[in-house]
Design a protein around this ligand. Structure first.
Ligand code: NAP
Length: 253
């Protein structure tokens, strides 16, 4: 893995992303977990090449991605991303598992999926290999008509009618005792989370690629109200730039 150097808040050579993310302050807002959004984009804003994000990153991005997952209690993803990227259950390295246990966390983060259609294959490793049944947040109607095979392997949670209400999702995760949620997209979920003012942190990897194409920006949809963030850290590795943005009021206070 290429060496990661920190440029802000102060210069540091060869830092450990796992330790840095584990030590990051993520105070829970009242009644819900801290929510970070983790995305990789090209320098011109593409979030996918040929429909998947894999070609945008590289070893350094994978290392930071794992470090962020390693600090989270729950990985949240929308069904479009789960299907496009062929998601399996999030797994952590044995060293990370030991550190997580010492912090009172489960050894692996739990996955939570947002889906209205419940077009999710219960036979995939996402369900078969999960340490805990994946949480699936869906609508009341879809939950009532869920296929038995999916209901048997998923922890189905109705959260809204017509569409999934993300405020309800976060409140439910708070009730389950979840402290940190790492949302891995996709862009349509991110846009809704921004609109609902639920995003506390954005971890954005910018890769030195120009892609063009028609993939979405890191967040789309919502009402377009801007929210102010501050840079908590800026790292560089192998030409990729890793920016951790946090809500301005958290950065200030
Ligand atoms: N560069 C990156 O870091 C990154 C990260 C993630 C994804 N991506 C890319 O982004 C693309 C997918 O993103 P996307 O924006 O098209 O889709 P998406 O946000 O991943 O998923 C959209 C789907 O999520 C479900 N959903 C989201 N909000 C919902 C709500 N409020 N109520 C009910 N269901 C809801 C629906 O699933 P149902 O259809 O099941 O109802 C909807 O069709 C892929 O190409 C992926 O590779 C890139």
């Amino acid at each position: 893995v290429p060496a990661v150097r920190q440029l802000l808040p102060h210069p540091l050579e060869d830092l450990d992303p796992v330790e840095a993310h584990a030590a990051a302050e993520r105070p829970r807002p009242p009644g819900r977990p801290w929510l970070l959004v983790n995305m990789v984009a090209s320098a011109d804003g593409a979030t996918a090449i040929d429909g998947v994000s894999g070609g945008l990153g590289g070893p350094a991005d994978k290392a930071v991605f794992r470090a962020i997952r390693g600090s989270a209690d729950v990985v949240l993803a929308a069904a479009g991303t789960v299907r496009a990227e062929g998601y399996g259950p999030p797994k952590t390295h044995p060293d990370v598992q030991a550190a997580r246990r010492a912090r009172g966390q489960q050894p692996h983060p739990r996955i939570a999926i947002v889906s209205g259609s419940l077009d999710l294959d219960p036979a995939t490793e996402l369900f078969a290999d999960a340490a805990e049944p994946p949480l699936v947040f869906t609508t009341a109607e879809a939950a009532a008509a869920a296929p038995d095979a999916l209901a048997a392997v998923a922890d189905l949670r109705p959260a809204g009618t017509g569409s999934v209400d993300l405020v309800v999702v976060l409140a439910e995760l708070g009730r389950l005792g979840v402290g940190t949620v790492a949302c891995e997209g996709g862009p349509s979920l991110n846009g809704q989370l921004i609109a609902a003012d639920l995003v506390d942190e954005l971890d954005l990897t910018t890769s030195p690629l120009l892609v063009g194409g028609d993939s979405r920006r890191a967040a789309v949809g919502g009402d377009g109200t801007p929210r102010r963030f501050a840079i908590a850290h800026l790292w560089e590795a192998d030409g990729l730039v890793f920016t951790r943005y946090v809500r301005d009021r958290v950065a200030a206070g």
